[in-house]
Design a protein around this ligand. Structure first.
Ligand SMILES: Cc1ncc(COP(=O)(O)O)c(C=O)c1O
Length: 403
């Protein structure tokens, strides 16, 4: 008699479940922890007030009265949901306004708003690429980029993180295949900026298109928070700029901006747009209101950057390894899973919330505490973060902290 494997064998044999059980039994399981309250820079967990140093709320706008009022007003006027896709019955005048505003803000002809950042990448990439194409992706590209490539049926090639010479070597292997180079603007874990001028010049020499996922760049880098391409003054050289509303824009949703022709093509062919319900009214209104604040208060991204710069400087002086960070994302590389969760828990005990990031979220050996900063953090809150790291230095194994 043949033994039929059960598809749920994958559950029984899951190595992550084993790690999670170990973490839970030792009180150091760092995921899915419910927050009882959240006011942006401070949250309450298990009754304890913590400084939030692990959120993507870079401009601190999720709790801004203007953004909250806009979301509430949108619910009053339009209800809670669009209950359908953009194509058939789910497009509101607000979606169109947001697309026009974001296209202008990002320096592109047109833009398309999706229900999430994830869906933006999956929809745009899978609409444009097919089996005759190759996607050439940075090794640290976001999972949604890779899922979009996978769904498209295109070949996938990876190049070493932020290494234009390696990109060139990879493109040379596929000279006859139409290519799209896909990079993040600001890398979500390392916190460094893509070397866009060099990447663009390599891509142009090889006739490849360039797509930038600027989920973490919009609102944090470039003049007035216009993003990584604006920072490098190369907006015109980037074919498509994608971003999300779930970080600086204090909402959920995403956008892909580019030429009018390409955006209109995506309007009809991006499956995550055509076959999924539209961004709900309160989220659309919140993103619009956050964009208003960003445009009228261009100092906000600067404050975010100043906090991150201060933390980086002080942590590096203590001997912590912040890698190549140059944005509001400041990783502390621990390079070992158990020490990472132990340090994470010790920081929580000292009133500081960070993110413990383990494989497969990062490559094995790059386990880290990911911290990130908000325009609305006070100096006292930043002091508390720095003091907590000073206090836990002896928890991080010898050799990791060199002071
Ligand atoms: C670089 C990058 N791209 C895309 C996404 C997906 O965006 P969202 O969470 O808004 O769906 C994220 C979110 O973590 C991200 O970091």
């Amino acid at each position: 008699m043949t033994t039929v494997n059960d598809v749920f064998d994958v559950v029984a044999n899951d190595p992550i479940a084993e790690m999670a059980a170990l973490g839970r039994s030792q009180g150091v399981y760092p995921y899915f922890l419910p927050l009882e309250e959240s006011e942006g820079t401070e949250v309450v967990m298990e009754g304890k007030r913590l400084v939030m140093a692990g959120s993507n709320n870079y401009l601190g706008l999720t709790y801004d009265p203007r953004v909250r009022a806009a979301a509430i007003d949108a619910v009053q006027r339009f209800g809670t949901s669009c209950t359908g896709n953009r194509l058939l019955n789910g497009t509101l005048a607000m979606h169109v306004e947001l697309e026009e505003r974001l296209a202008r803000f990002l320096g592109k002809e047109d833009a398309l708003v999706f229900a999430t950042g994830y869906q933006s990448n999956v929809g745009a990439i899978s609409a444009l690429l097919g089996s005759a194409h190759i996607a050439v992706c940075d090794k640290e590209d976001h999972a949604s980029v890779l899922d979009g490539v996978n769904m498209s049926g295109a070949q996938l090639a990876r190049f070493r993180h932020n290494d234009p010479a390696d990109l060139e070597a990879v493109l040379d292997l596929y000279v006859d295949t139409p290519a799209m180079v896909i990079v993040d603007g600001v890398y979500s874990m390392s916190g460094d900026l893509a070397k866009l001028p060099e990447i663009v010049s390599v891509a142009r020499r090889r006739g490849a298109r360039v797509y930038v996922d600027d989920a973490h760049g919009l609102g944090t880098v470039g003049p007035g928070g216009r993003g990584t391409a604006a920072h490098f003054n190369c907006v015109g050289d980037i074919d498509l700029i994608m971003s999300t509303f779930s970080k600086s824009l204090a909402s959920v949703g995403g956008v892909v901006a580019g030429s009018a022709e390409v955006v209109d093509f995506m309007r009809h062919h991006a499956r995550s747009m055509v076959y999924s319900a539209a961004l709900p009214p309160p989220n659309t209104a919140a993103a619009l209101a956050a964009l208003d604040v960003l445009e009228s208060e261009p100092d906000r991204p600067i404050r975010t950057q100043q906090h991150a710069e201060r933390v980086r400087k002080e942590l590096r002086a203590m001997g912590y390894d912040c890698g190549t960070s140059e944005s509001p994302i400041v990783p502390i590389l621990i390079r070992d899973p158990f020490t990472t969760v132990t340090a994470w828990k010790a920081l929580l005990d000292r009133g500081v919330y960070t993110n413990a990031v383990l494989a497969p979220g990062v490559a094995p050996g790059r386990e880290m505490l990911r911290t990130s900063y908000m325009a609305t953090h006070t100096e006292a809150q930043i002091d508390q973060v720095i003091a907590a790291f000073a206090d836990i230095a002896d928890i991080v194994r010898p050799g990791q902290v060199e002071s």
